[in-house]
Ligand binder design. Sequence first.
Ligand code: ATP
Ligand code: MG
Length: 178
Amino acid sequence: MKRGDGLIIVNTGGGKGKTTAALGIALRACGYGLHGVMIQFIKGSWFYGEKKSFKRLYPNFKLITLGKGFVGIIDDKLTFSEHKKAAQEALEIAKKEVQKEENDIVILDEINYAAKGKLIKVSDIIDIIKLKRKEMDLVLTGNYANKKIIDLADTVTEMKEIKHAFSKGKLAKIGIDF
Ligand code: ATP
Ligand code: MG
């Protein structure tokens, strides 16, 4: 299917919706029989709905999880070097996936946040952008997207929190937040 040159799409900001918007792209693309992968750089140590949903999108879309959960949150028992190792592994996989002929779209979930937290370097993201096939769309999510990445991107969206149920003490909800 001819779809023209690939786009670099960045979902960043402090409001909710960065990962779910990327999942929306995967869902939409599957409707055309397109192929791709989502590689998660941070999440990974607990269950979340998309882990199972991707089984329904298979073989069009695959989910690759390597991240070890959110860095520094209350139940984070892993060391910085363990997080870093997982993010580095995700990076190596990403480099391979962006060169594959079969992938139309590659989503690197929380990669901006991984760079902000020094698990990977901003130059690693730039390398991936340079490595990717020309026709491939690349979606980069996570808060604190680096200015260099924003400058390189075609479409950048900043999710801005107006309010979030969490601040009223409502905990993360099944099917909405994970
Ligand atoms: P989502 O996965 O819901 O699209 P996100 O990718 O924009 O969220 P992350 O920074 O990846 O946001 O946060 C992961 C988790 O934190 C999700 O469960 C999400 O719903 C929740 N979350 C996102 N934004 C906020 C916020 N402003 N306050 C509290 N919790 C949030
Ligand atoms: Mg997210």
